[in-house]
Design a protein around this ligand. Structure first.
Ligand code: GLA
Length: 382
């Protein structure tokens, strides 16, 4: 996390007022990719990279938003009704959605500073949305339960920003528990916490290939998988989402699908089963099984869902055989970004070093490799 003391004085210098400061963490998904919008299962954890949002009220009704990362401040006359294709769409979108559900939002100054790597599959957008939401709600003295606030932040991204994401990122950023992974049922938002043992490190390896959920590939894959679901639903109307489909449905009606839709649906149906099984394995301390499921999930993500890229496949491949590896796979929206490696803690430093060297040698790209731990959810900094 960036130093909150420096952040506080930045806000004071710029806006001549003491800010209330809120933290929204990024996340890594251990398993369960492109299952959230199919009302299925995901198992993410929040990480120790986060966005800070500092807020102080204004009396003229205006909204000023400053990002230290962008080095830019933008001032609005008040809550905006529509996006402006600018980074401020994320905080403004959250503000607009909160206004839309009935909160009377006064003018404010908002400062943002984040160390979540951008466009890397670690949910920098959700971290920003969630930190902003807590900040804006503090102005009106309101508290919204975590699951409901996650839905509102997701709506900001779907309806205001225009990115068709699911609920996973906003949910984990708000509701994470330190040292735990969280198995989320994206249908009813019920969840189960699974402790991550001290002996296991989360090694996050950034391929440095940028991806964006707002870009074309994510919505294309989403459409393809939903088209597969629609074929099953023609025969079995009780399958509105792939969450409700079985491998048997795929065997029976898979030939009626476009070949791509068949493969996307195959991934999602299998991934739901793997994710629930992975949580059981983690709860039972069966790391071997967890690693096997992660490997299978990566194969499926890469080959059936075609959601990987050569660099991410290389990063996963190069991790194999390194001492301490439990499991490795591409994490997040896909097409670049980071891999998650579960690694025995005592081997983590050597693992990170060796993986970085192997990747640089193979691809000519210097990766960033971070040894992380599972953090708590969004909160106010005292
Ligand atoms: C992005 C989206 C999530 C989820 C993942 C893929 O992170 O924001 O909602 O769909 O991709 O699992």
């Amino acid at each position: 996390m960036h130093d909150p003391k420096i952040f506080r004085s930045m806000h004071k210098d710029r806006f001549q007022a003491e800010p209330a400061i809120f933290v929204g963490p990024g996340r890594v998904n251990l398993i369960g990719e492109h299952t959230d919008y199919a009302e299925g299962f995901v198992m993410p954890a929040a990480i120790n990279f986060c966005t800070l949002a500092g807020i102080s009220p204004r009396t003229d009704g205006k909204i000023a938003i400053y990002s230290e990362n962008q080095g830019e401040e933008k001032v609005f006359d008040g809550v905006q009704a529509a996006r402006s294709q600018h980074w401020t769409d994320y905080p403004m979108g959250v503000t607009a959605i909160l206004a839309g559900v009935g909160y009377t939002i006064p003018g404010f100054n908002l400062s943002i500073w984040s160390d979540v790597p951008l466009s890397s599959g670690l949910s920098s957008s959700a971290a920003l949305e969630v930190a902003t939401a807590l900040a804006v709600l503090s102005l009106v003295d309101a508290e919204v339960p975590g699951p409901r606030l996650a839905r509102l932040c997701q709506r900001a991204e779907n309806e205001f920003v225009g990115a068709n994401c699911g609920i996973m990122d906003q949910f984990i950023s708000l509701n994470a528990k330190k040292d735990h992974a969280l198995l989320l049922d994206c249908r009813d938002l019920s969840f189960k916490l699974a402790p991550i043992p001290d002996s296991v490190a989360l090694v996050i390896a950034n391929t440095m290939v940028k991806h964006s959920v707002a870009g074309g590939d994510y919505p294309t894959r989403r459409r393809e998988s939903e088209a597969g679901c629609a074929v099953i639903a023609r025969h079995r109307p009780g399958v509105p989402f792939l969450r409700d489909a079985t491998l048997d449905d795929l065997v029976q009606w898979g030939q009626e699908m476009e070949p791509k839709s068949y493969l996307r649906a195959k991934h999602v149906i299998g991934e739901n089963l793997r994710t629930v099984a992975a949580c059981e394995a983690l709860l039972q301390g069966n790391m071997k099984e967890l690693g096997r499921l992660m490997a299978e999930a990566h194969r499926s993500y890469s080959q059936d869902f075609e959601g990987s890229c050569p660099e991410a496949d290389a990063m996963v491949e190069l991790a194999q055989g390194l001492p301490g590896l439990i499991g490795a796979r591409l994490t997040g929206g896909g097409f670049g970004g980071c891999t998650i490696n579960l690694v025995e803690q005592k081997e983590a430093a050597a693992f990170a070093q060796a993986l970085g060297a192997r990747y640089a040698e193979k691809t000519g790209i210097a990766p960033q490799i971070h040894i992380c731990h599972a953090s708590g959810g969004a909160h106010r900094l005292e």
